[in-house]
Write a protein that binds this ligand. Structure first.
Ligand code: C2E
Ligand code: CA
Ligand code: CA
Length: 515
């Protein structure tokens, strides 16, 4: 760590410090009390000239001190928190102070998990209320001298210290206090909204450069790692993370090659029928098995794939491998009623999509009913695109099932559900979390289930993690469940082994919950 650059005072910092010391030195009450004596002495000693100089010097110091000392730090208009620029300056001041006093500082960056989904679900005014409430709770949870800023739409930055014990422990304790303070539900229009915050932090001594921006960026790189598992994960910045961030930017260039060389393959996650306890389907989820970098999750490559215009090709690869897995399991005597594949809006904009899917199904000799097309609720609710509309209807007419993914995060109307011939809605994970502990979550899920029943569409709950959630969903009459409570997504061979052992156990819904 010795190669670290020491903090370098910038002109702005020097200006602020100079302004403050001038005011501090010359405008103390004692100095003001002595002012008449100083002026008299000056007159006696040097006559009118000196008197004039003294009379002009004091107001000049006052004006210059005010100009030099920084204006009030800029604040975010919504939450009243500091802005990114203001936090950067606070960090630089803290770095200098910490160095003088042999202390240290830590910078933490925290972000609301799934913020944009939540905003789509709640609408902007309600989301702004959530952001303000979260900010207030975070302020209440930090120590007196710590500073909080708003760094992005759903992102907060916290400066801890300078303090003698500002290290790993203090950072973790601060994150924990903020996470605890923000865990209680926020009441919006008689509904409870839960937020979780993931966190990344950087200890001053770990940063590559000791500047405000470098510390914020390092904490943001750690946050990017924490967001992969999501759900309130915490990561400390390390030098390897920089390599990871660089890796993400090089991903875009490498993605096309990876697709063609077969490095991108589906992993499979089972869905279980609550009625029969049998596996009712599988969802194919893309994974990149990189020869040098190991397994890369979709969150790391989908944005690059989208930006590079590779989503259609990804869709082709996924459909091909998903259908060939289905065919293989059929041959091995394991009957999976259907296979869910995620269709992006880029794919749905291809006018030849229905034709291509029909061709793929024919090639594997599979009935169209075996393929479930997963379409995000946001795509359905926001689309006025004729090709997307006719593709979804065309796939439904072909005999494929249509699953409305992440249901509850968009604003699909009843007429949309009818228009797109949706066969099933996938209740978003945000409604399932703590379902068994929170009556308002239970009410929301019960309302969705009753809507589905009235519209005569089936239901599947996503992200079911616990036995208690599973039991309650079963009681509420949810059709199917998918989540870690049964299995995580698995590569094809592991999924085959899981299927064999699951069917051997002949699990029934109630015993599935206790398995
Ligand atoms: P999704 O379609 O909503 O898929 C469900 C995600 O939740 C998956 O994340 C899955 O691993 C995760 N998950 C499943 N059960 C649980 C659980 O019990 N707890 C928690 N915490 N998570 C659970 P994954 O595989 O990282 O995929 C993320 C998203 O990436 C998917 O969300 C989907 O929108 C997108 N995606 C994945 N593969 C493809 C693809 O081939 N094409 C397209 N267009 N999008 C894809
Ligand atoms: Ca999905
Ligand atoms: Ca989903």
């Amino acid at each position: 760590m010795d190669e670290l650059e020491p903090p370098r005072p910038t002109f702005r910092m020097w200006r602020r410090t100079f302004g403050r010391s001038m005011k501090r030195t010359f405008l103390r009450p004692q100095m003001v009390a002595f002012l008449p004596a100083i002026m008299l002495g000056g007159y006696w000693y040097g006559g009118q000239g000196v008197l004039m100089i003294i009379a002009l010097t004091f107001p000049l110091i006052l004006v210059l001190g005010g100009l030099f000392e920084a204006e009030l730090p800029p604040v975010d208009s919504l939450t009243g928190l500091l802005t990114r620029d203001a936090l950067r300056e606070e960090i630089e001041d803290a770095l200098l102070a910490a160095r003088a006093e042999a202390e240290a500082t830590v910078v933490i960056v925290m972000e609301i998990d799934g913020g944009s989904n939540l905003e789509t679900r709640l609408g902007i005014p309600a989301m702004e209320a959530v952001l303000c409430r979260t900010a207030d709770r975070a302020i209440g949870a930090v120590r007196g001298g710590d500073k909080i800023a708003k760094l992005g739409r759903y992102r907060y930055g916290i400066l801890v210290g300078p303090a003698r014990n500002a290290g790993m422990d203090m950072a973790l304790r601060t994150v924990e206090r903020i996470q605890n303070a923000t865990a209680d539900p926020i009441s919006i229009d008689a509904a409870s909204v839960y937020v979780t915050l993931s966190a990344g932090f950087c200890l001053e001594r770990r940063a590559l450069r000791r500047t405000g921006e470098a510390l914020i960026e390092a904490a943001e790189a750690a946050l990017a790692e924490a967001r992969v598992p999501g759900n309130g994960a915490v990561r400390a910045y390390s030098r390897e993370m920089r390599a990871h961030a660089e890796m993400r930017s090089s991903i875009a260039a490498d993605f096309e090659r990876a697709l063609e060389e077969g490095e991108i393959l589906p992993w499979f996650q089972p869905q279980v029928s609550m009625e029969t306890g049998d596996v009712s389907g599988m969802e194919a989820l893309a994974r990149w098995q990189h020869p040098a970098r190991g397994l890369i999750p979709p969150v790391d490559f989908l944005p690059a794939a989208e930006a590079g215009g590779h989503m259609e090709r990804l869709g082709e690869v996924m459909v091909f491998h998903a259908l060939s897995a289905l065919r293989r399991w059929d041959r091995e005597g394991m009957h999976i009623p259907n296979m869910g594949v995620n269709f992006s809006s880029a794919e749905l904009r291809n006018p030849r999509l229905v034709e291509r899917i029909k061709w793929e199904l024919d090639r594997f000799d599979l009935d169209p009913s075996r393929l479930t097309v997963e379409v995000l609720e946001t795509v359905v609710s926001e689309t006025c695109n004729d090709t997307i509309t006719s593709n979804i209807s065309g796939l439904a007419d072909l005999g494929c099932s249509i699953d409305l993914d992440d249901f509850g995060t968009g604003a699909a109307s009843i007429s949309n559900i009818r228009r797109f011939a949706v066969s099933r809605i996938k209740i978003d994970r945000s409604f399932i979390t703590r379902l068994d502990e929170d009556p308002s979550q239970e009410k929301m899920v019960a309302a969705i289930l009753s809507l589905a029943e009235k519209l005569d569409v089936d239901t599947v709950a996503e992200g079911v993690e616990t036995v208690a959630e599973l039991q309650l969903l079963n009681r509420l009459g949810c059709g199917h469940a998918q989540g870690y409570a049964f299995a995580r997504p698995m590569p094809i061979d592991e999924a085959g082994t899981w299927l064999q052992s699951f069917s051997a156990r002949q699990i029934q819904p109630s015993s599935a919950a206790s398995a």
